[in-house]
Design a protein around this ligand. Sequence first.
Ligand code: CA
Length: 227
Amino acid sequence: MRITVIEDDDRVARGLVTVLTQAGFEVHRVATAAQAVRAAPSDVVLVDLGLPDGDGLDVIRRLRDHPQTAVIAVTARSEEHERVRGLRAGADDYIVKPFGVPELLARIDAVLRRTRAARAHAQADEKLVLGPLRIGVGTREVTVDGTPVSLTRKEFELLLLLARRAPNVVSRDVILDQIWGATWESSSRTLDTHIATIRHKLGSNVAIRTIHGVGYRLLADQPELTG
Ligand code: CA
């Protein structure tokens, strides 16, 4: 399960990342509303309502379009009235600082139970179509011009990440962080190998361009979400 923590206070964020990682979640931390908007989809998002560059409520409203993502608003005791606004904006739950780890984990479990059906449904149905390339997110089936392509788990995750961001460049750091997580320092060469393999398997009708010093971009038609 992937959790995004949106928290500007580094000390609080470090504590959250530590306990959530220990609890078995894949944790991604961002410090601003702007970064939150660019972050990859998560199963759970913890939104601090007091963000320096914008309103956490705006972040929550944007997430309303993602029923498979559970949203928990985080407020300080002094902002208690804010929690009502958080719920109205679309948060599934809220938690008031300071809070204990057991309460946080219990609330996360509860919202995940409520969004489980939406997650299963969204994943089972989602298809990404980019020109000749077709990716079934739930079924993990990939075809190019109708011909099935067999990918390993990492290759599939990597292709899906590039496809979701296409035609934008995805930086090496983002890829390593999201696909290989904590072990990314040892995975930089592995990334190049995976890209080479995926290129070979997809054939010449789908292009993965190397943007030197930056990362990779998948070139095909604009992605079109169906289902
Ligand atoms: Ca704050």
